[in-house]
Write a protein that binds this ligand. Sequence first.
Ligand SMILES: [Fe+2]
Length: 384
Amino acid sequence: MNEFRYFMPTEVFFGQGIVKEKKDLFLSLGKRAYIITYTLPGRHYALEDVTTALDESRILYQIETGIEENPSTETVERVAASVRAFAPDFLIAIGGGSPIDASKAIGVLLKNPNSSGLDLYSDSTLESLPIIAIPTTAGTGAEVTHFSVLTRTDKDTKQAIAPRIFPRYALLDATYLMEMPLRLSCSTSIDALCHCLESYISTAGSELSRAICEIGFTYFSHCVEPMRTVLNNPACAQSKMPYTYEIREKHMMVSLIGGIANTQTGTCLPHGMSYALTHHKHIPHGLACGLLIAEYLKIFKQPENIACVDRAIHLCGFQDLNDFSEFMDSMLLLDANITPTPEEIEIYAEEFAGQKHRFVRHPEPAGKAEVLQIYTNSLLKKKH
Ligand SMILES: [Fe+2]
């Protein structure tokens, strides 16, 4: 075996009713909490559970719901400035990737009041206030990663902040996934699977991270038939709760495992290439990754890498890459008119190929030709 390092310091608690059960964790971090979440048209069960736990422990709190999707540097600066007078002891991030990523950056700015938003991209030594992360989607795995990706409006791109901020605690309850809209459910499931697949094929993978990914693939395989049933049945697709609690738990496990694996290895080409689609075409992150993943897995030439892909695909419950590709297409649920033109794809490929660090963990020689091939086969040769 090759030498490897494994580091994942977030303490994870998983189970139905876990926020109420573990309410003493909140008090262990202080008496003033700042909650970062989002608004919902209906009931926000996770927020209700958290505020009940805080009230019972007599912890003061404020709630921020103004974080946009793909939060910007300016947003985290604004929020940090607005809450500074409240002086929270810790943050509670409830939601998907955007609230959790934003909380990591806001936690750094609150802990380091003399730092600016731009310092987030240059000073990796900065620390954060403690964070409790409570996911309400099952895709990002941000509750167990050290990543925080923000939108840099000054550079017209997305970029990870330099400090590596792991939440102190992650509380995972699949109850919070039950009413997730179908499109968001598909997008986040694809994101979680891509984290596992890209980590598995990455040259940064270890025996341990790959073993964890294989568990994720197996959990995903248990979800394939239920997802097919829902996607093929309009009555199921329009249901408020299309999946059972047991399936939602498995969605959550794939996301958790994807986050753990992703933290060890980072992602590969599909994630990097997806950012242009999200930034320029506003395709949700998971769907953008899902557009590219099947064609990415088809570009391998070396037998050991082809065998690695085959093993992953079989563990996920598919016969072969074509079977996988058809399933991914059925999951995409894209709006019409998002397809880039060949000229736009040429620009995306040129820009991406210029970022040499993006290819470091790809296990075969690759450059603009491969990137162009993946974009073209994914976006122009298929009809979505
Ligand atoms: Fe992702």
